[in-house]
Design a protein around this ligand. Structure first.
Ligand code: ZN
Length: 315
């Protein structure tokens, strides 16, 4: 039955803005400068490796290439979604991602990057940068050229449990103390617009991508924040945060037992709180905070049991 459930080894990325909080997910992180845990990825910069069953040791990319039946036979050159946890121990640079067309043309066939964030934790009165205040492109370019960042960048308040949709073209930045789960298109293309003029220990500024940022920033900013839909079923509260062309993202808050019918090519699951059990075809898998796993197209029915919160993403 191991063609139904795939648990993945987490992949850690050290960053100058990273910290040590990913330990809270039970991870054995290599240092206190870990910024990202790639939980489910088939990107060349970090391939998730299966850690259970008959496909143990294979990467998600290899499954996608060689076993498309596990994904219901859907077409596509690249596995579409990447799931990460991000620990921002310092302010991240202000950035923007291209859409599919621009990335295809200027980034060697990369996908664009539309992403979304579930706020796992943050400080009281926390904020992040989300959107811009320029009304038209000339104004945007002028504010960038003159470094009028306070006038240009829009700041919003956040709290634990918030969800934010960040379409490509949206200027954004996480601030220090924020811990998020990010679900994004399978892409690693970021344009750095502003880095607070910070210098590293050698006195160097990090590279900026001003022209590419200007090319891809959507102006004026349009807030496409979706309204969550909450349904209560036996044993679970399900919150659908977004349904978009790139991904659908939900939160399952299981309390007791819930039986689920899966009609999707795959379901990606990231356990963010608690512990419990996954039942499928007479097999039982313990699941706990920090686990990332995929249910394949062949996992038609399964049950979850326990007191556990899971962020679920699928096409
Ligand atoms: Zn981003």
């Amino acid at each position: 039955m191991s063609g139904k459930v795939f648990f993945f080894e987490p992949i850690f990325k050290e960053k100058i803005w990273g910290g040590g909080r990913l330990k809270d997910f039970g991870y054995d992180i290599p240092s206190d400068m870990v910024g990202e845990c790639w939980g489910i990825s088939s990107h060349p910069n970090g391939q998730s490796v299966v850690k259970n069953g008959e496909y143990m040791g294979k990467t998600l990319g290899e499954l996608w290439e060689g076993h498309r039946e596990l994904f219901g036979g859907i077409i596509g050159e690249k596995f579409p979604i990447l799931v990460k946890i991000i620990d921002a121990n310092d302010d991240l640079s202000v950035q923007v991602h291209p859409g599919d067309e621009y990335a295809e043309e200027y980034e060697n066939g990369e996908l664009g990057k539309t992403e979304c964030w579930y706020i796992l934790d943050c400080q009281r009165d926390a904020e992040l940068i989300y959107g811009i205040k320029a009304n038209y492109r000339e104004e945007l370019n002028e504010m960038i050229d003159k470094g009028q960042w306070d006038s240009l960048l829009q700041t919003i308040s956040i709290k634990k449990g918030d969800f934010l949709y960040v379409p490509s073209g949206t200027v954004h930045a996480l601030k220090a103390g924020t811990l998020i789960l990010e679900i994004q298109q399978n892409s690693d293309t970021t344009y750095r617009l502003y880095d607070y003029n910070r210098r590293d220990e050698q006195g160097n500024l990090r590279e900026l991508h001003i022209q590419k940022s200007k090319d891809v920033i959507e102006v004026p900013f349009i807030n496409r924040q979706p309204i969550p839909e909450i349904v209560n079923v036996d044993g679970m509260t399900k919150t659908k945060f977004i349904e978009s062309q790139y991904f659908t993202v939900e939160k399952y808050e299981v309390n007791g037992q819930v039986n689920i019918v899966n009609g999707h090519p795959f379901m990606l699951m990231s356990v963010i709180e608690g512990e419990g059990l996954l039942f499928i075809d007479g097999e039982v898998y313990p699941i706990t905070k920090g686990d990332h796993f995929m249910l394949s197209a062949q996992a038609n029915k399964f049950s979850l049991n326990g007191s556990i919160s899971i962020i679920v993403s699928y096409l």
